[in-house]
Design a protein around this ligand. Structure first.
Ligand SMILES: C[C@H](CCC(=O)NCCS(=O)(=O)O)[C@H]1CC[C@H]2[C@@H]3CC[C@@H]4C[C@H](O)CC[C@]4(C)[C@H]3C[C@H](O)[C@]12C
Length: 320
């Protein structure tokens, strides 16, 4: 399982973050890819700009390729890949006359090349996401993506009937099923309310609420994708707008915490438990990546300003 969210602060700057819920990591680190990096691409793409944006996020570097699980760029665009195992359906091969992007390079392709969500929307009109594995050890991962900037977010889903770009007015994403289903499902939860329920009377019995928080009774408490989506969308929409970096980082981690998965409640078919291996986020206003793990909930900050961006290869960032 995974959960992603996006919101803006009082000045309109974007915060974008995710939980990575899985059984074990891949040795992922905070990876920075400078704008001058020469990254091998899966396909020839003459439309890719010569000069890229600087990209920062969580991932691994394989054969000189930054494989980002999630990342943001120096123009304030961010992307996160979340499991979409039953419905993802990529093109079996490249399609002439389109921009062909391997699924594994999709987050980096977005963050390297585009400065706004509008540019992303325009580019996706003529893009083919191709089912190409990285190598024998790293097969194709079936994902969908949350893409955001200061103006909003979209969800990109490649399905049997083609590539969908959903406008995401709740700025949240989890896993199966498709975004359209999750968005409709929110209509099952119109009774949730942040207010204390009003006292009432059943005949001569006077009934008072136990305390605050009871208004959201009916909020689904399980760790499945639909339930985490409802919680993430509700909390994200109701969390008051915050001012200042620290309050917004707190918002990011607390909101994602409402959808985080502890050990022992989410067993996979192979008997292993999924849990929230890490929670992370990108602050577009300060160009800082924040990261905390299951074992160490201390939030570590990785400011892009502390990095030497003169190189031509992706590198691992160190915490401030
Ligand atoms: C496991 C994660 C999703 C967690 C999630 O959503 N869990 C819900 C489970 S459930 O659906 O609710 O049951 C996903 C998210 C991003 C992925 C990497 C993307 C780059 C690269 C692509 C290559 O092709 C394969 C290796 C590769 C490193 C990928 C490994 C793995 O696939 C990652 C970490």
């Amino acid at each position: 399982m995974c959960t992603g969210i996006r919101f803006t602060d009082k000045t309109g700057a974007m915060f974008f973050g995710r939980n990575l819920d899985w059984t074990q990591g891949y040795g992922e680190k905070v990876v920075v890819t400078p704008s001058g990096a020469k990254v091998p691409t899966a396909f020839e793409r003459p439309d890719d700009p010569e000069q890229g944006h600087t990209v920062m996020g969580m991932g691994i570097v394989v054969m000189g390729i930054p494989l980002y699980f999630d990342c943001g760029n120096d123009a304030g665009v961010a992307v996160a890949g979340l499991n979409f195992p039953q419905s993802a359906h990529y093109a079996p091969g490249p399609v002439d006359g389109t921009s062909n992007v391997a699924a594994y390079e999709f987050p980096y392709w977005i963050a390297r090349n585009f400065a706004s969500l509008d540019e992303v929307r325009a580019a996706l009109k003529n893009t083919t996401v191709v089912a190409k594995p990285v190598n024998e050890q790293l097969p194709v991962a079936n994902l969908h993506w949350l893409v955001g900037d200061a103006t909003g977010s979209v969800v990109v889903e490649c399905m049997a009937d083609g590539l969908h770009v959903w406008e995401n007015d709740v700025d949240a994403l989890t896993n199966e099923p498709d975004f359209g289903w999750h968005r409709q499902n929110l209509r099952n939860y119109l009774m949730m309310d942040e207010d204390l329920p009003a006292p009432t009377a059943w005949d001569r019995a006077e009934l008072k609420p136990f305390g605050s928080g009871g208004g959201v009774q009916g909020m689904p408490g399980d760790y499945g994708g639909p339930a985490r989506f409802v919680r993430a969308a509700y909390v994200n929409a109701h969390y008051p707008v915050q001012e200042g970096e620290q309050a917004n980082v707190t918002r990011l981690f607390r909101t994602l915490g409402a959808s985080a998965v502890p050990e022992g409640v989410a067993k996979m078919a192979n008997g292993d438990y999924e849990k929230t291996l890490y929670t992370s986020g990108f602050s577009a206003g300060t160009m800082t990546y924040y990261h905390a793990t299951y074992e160490d909930p201390t939030i570590h900050a990785y400011p892009l300003s502390a990095c030497d961006l003169s190189g031509t290869e992706p590198f691992i960032a160190t915490a401030a």
